[in-house]
Every structure is written in C-alpha cells, then in structure tokens.
Design a protein around this ligand. Structure first.
Ligand SMILES: Nc1nc2c(c(=O)[nH]1)N[C@H]1C(S)=C(S)[C@@H](COP(=O)(O)O)O[C@H]1N2
Ligand SMILES: [Mo]
Length: 358
C-alpha cells in the first residue's frame, strides 16, 4: 500500500506521475462535454500500441460459445452514444494530511466525454454465460508492476454490474476514434463508477467462476482506514460539486481576482449514487450556504450545471465553496480529511477557491 506523508512538498515520483497524468483544467467546467484534449488522463503503466487492423477482443472463460470480435464487427453491432462523467477514484488525494503517495490529484481528475460504443450485455448473452460464472474479468493490453506484483491492468465486475445496459465497449470519444491515451481501439465504460472500472485497451473479456482477487481489485481501490483494515471496495462516485474558478488567476499562487459587484459563479456537480438534487454555494469558507440554481442534466450519466450569482460588494479576500447533495441524501464532507483513507480514494471534501475582490 502507498505510504502516507505529512510533508507539503511532493516527491519526484509524485511530480513524475502528475506530468504523465494531466487533469482537466477547472475552466473546462464551463462545457457540458469536455473537449478531448481537456479530459483528464490516468495511465498506470505505459500506453500500449495496439494495431487497429488486426485488433480482436476475445470473450471467453465460463461461456458456452467463446467469441472473437474485430473492431469492424464491433462497429457493425448496435451503437450507442452517451455523455458519461468520469472521475478518478484518486481525485482529492493531494488534499489529505497525511497524504497517501500516488498520483497527487487535487480536484481536476475529471471529464465528461461523449462515448460511442456497443452495449456489453448482448455480447455476453451471445457468448452464453455458464451457470457457474460469478464475475466478468476485463483485461487490458498494458502491463507493469505494482505492489510488487507483475500484471496486466485488469478488473472485474459482478454479473449484475456487468449486465447493466449502460455498460458499453467504446471505440469513439466526442465523435472521434478513441485516442491512444484513452484506450484505443476499445475500452470499457462503466457509468456511475469511479474511472478505474472503465478498463482501457481491452484485450480480453472473461467470465470467471471465482471472485477476481488481482492487484487492481483486492489490493488497490479499497477503502481502508489502516493497514489491517480488510477494506470495502471503491465503486460508485461520491457526490461532488466543483466551480470553474471565477475571475482571473495570479500565475503562480492561482489566487483569483474579481472586480467588486456581481459575478456569476458556475460549475458542475455529479454523483454515482443518484441524481444531484441540490448544490449549495458559500462565499465565507463554508460558514453560511445558499442554494445554487441547477441546470438541465446533460444526460443520465453526465454531470449537471449549477450557477450562483455572487454579489461581492466588499473588497477583500474570500473563500468560495460548493457542495452537492444527491437524491439518496449523500453529501460532501466540509473537510477533506473526514474522507481520509489509506489509498486516498473518493476524497470529496468541499472545494475551496481563494478569491481577492477589488
Ligand atoms: N488498461 C487500463 N485501463 C485503465 C487504466 C489503466 O491504467 N489501464 N486506468 C484506469 C483509471 S484509474 C482511470 S481513472 C481511468 C481513466 O480514464 P481516462 O484516462 O480515459 O480519463 O481509466 C481506467 N482504465
Ligand atoms: Mo483512476
């Protein structure tokens, strides 16, 4: 498991991971659909180069009829296009103290792209799951070492989760072929879950008769309060609202500067547990809150726009905050450390944006 540090400084390795895995600049919160080049990226190992011409995905294991599907065969199947908001489970990790050492995300491990692909369920039905199949295992072409174990990136879903009709095998992003960094030629997209479930560069889909216990399933992506804690799996995205920082930034400190008077603050909010029902805004660091206005949802699995007309009359320094609550009543902790866990997963404390007025 990653070691935790209380130091403010990031290690060379953390900076290296951050450079390989850029986030979405928060000004991207102004778009319903995130442009491809703004969407965050998370690549654990190396980006594999997979030849589209000879590409085939195998569907095997505990099935009656194993299948081999080429990219053309996949594209000839019924196609769906849907906006899906994706967030890395490590979002918010760098806010924690002590900080688990891994990809040092603050708030920007997000994006909402329009994915095109074919539903997984009919493919599994065609292959015919045998009675003893309990999970579907998705294996990527990328290979590396983590937790001292060499493995391909791979994760499983329970049958119930894998058979959800909105789980798709995607070959398109924002109307373009899937870019190499996002999993070309084919990736899984699992709406509502944190990003780790959406396995990229798919090599194999396999029905298995035992729960999968690989590194990316059983060792990583578990909420654990201590080394001894057996953990509970990281699954759906916790509620989260973010604002596009208003005004203009100072280059180095990122302090925002806005003129006194009315400023429209806008952002997006999401939850993987149910639709966002409420977004609140605070201009005093979370002491007092007011309801923001919610826009029309971009799609069932996308994020929703919110806005608040902030009247900043008095010059001075402010701390702006936003907080989402979903239809299940789940909301965000006021302090990131309330969501502290060993791996730094699902850290959704309210965002804090320092603003200088006048
Ligand atoms: N094969 C493979 N799939 C993967 C990963 C990976 O490293 N290898 N990273 C996962 C994680 S942790 C996230 S958050 C998402 C990121 O998807 P994106 O880079 O398209 O935003 O992909 C997931 N799928
Ligand atoms: Mo992730």
């Amino acid at each position: 498991m990653a070691k935790a540090t209380t130091s403010r400084e990031f290690t060379r390795e953390e900076v290296g991971l951050a450079l390989r895995n850029p986030g979405m600049p928060l000004e991207g919160l102004r778009y319903d659909i995130t442009p491809i080049e703004m969407h965050y990226l998370l690549v654990h190992f190396d980006i594999p180069s997979v030849d589209q011409e000879t590409y085939e995905i195998t569907v095997g294991g505990r099935v009656r009829t194993p299948l081999n599907l080429s990219l053309d065969e996949l594209k000839a199947r019924p196609a769906v296009t849907m906006p899906v908001m994706m967030e890395c489970a490590g979002a918010g990790r760098a806010h924690l103290s002590p900080r688990p050492v891994s990809a040092p995300w603050r708030d920007e491990a997000i994006g909402c792209a329009e994915w095109t692909g074919t539903p997984l369920r009919p493919i599994l039905e065609e292959a015919g799951l045998l009675d003893d199949a309990v999970e579907i295992l998705f294996t990527g072409h990328d290979r590396g070492i983590d937790q001292g174990v060499e493995h391909n990136y791979e994760r499983s879903l329970s049958l119930e989760d894998a058979l959800r009709e909105e789980v798709i095998l995607a070959y398109g992003m924002n109307g373009r072929p899937l870019p190499a960094r996002h999993g070309s030629p084919l990736r899984l997209v699992v709406p509502e879950w944190y990003g780790m479930a959406s396995v990229k560069w798919l090599k194999e889909i396999k029905a298995v008769s035992e729960p999968f216990e690989g590194v990316q399933q059983a060792l990583l992506y578990q909420y654990r309060q201590s080394e001894e804690d057996p953990g509970t799996p990281v699954t759906r995205k916790r509620p989260h609202a973010l604002m596009a920082p208003p005004g203009i930034p100072d280059f180095f400190s990122r302090m925002r500067h806005v003129p006194a008077g009315r400023t429209l603050v806008e952002g997006r909010a999401w939850s993987g547990w149910g639709p966002v029902k409420r977004v609140e805004f605070s201009a005093d660091g979370g002491h007092t809150w007011a309801d923001a206005t919610l826009g029309e949802p971009v799609g069932r699995y996308a994020w929703v726009r919110w806005s608040y007309e902030w009247d900043a009359r008095e010059p001075g320094e402010y701390e702006l905050c936003a907080r989402a609550t979903d239809s299940t009543g789940r909301t965000q902790p006021i302090d990131n450390d309330e969501a502290w866990n060993q791996g730094g997963y699902g850290v959704n404390g309210v965002q804090r944006v320092a603003v200088m007025v006048g």
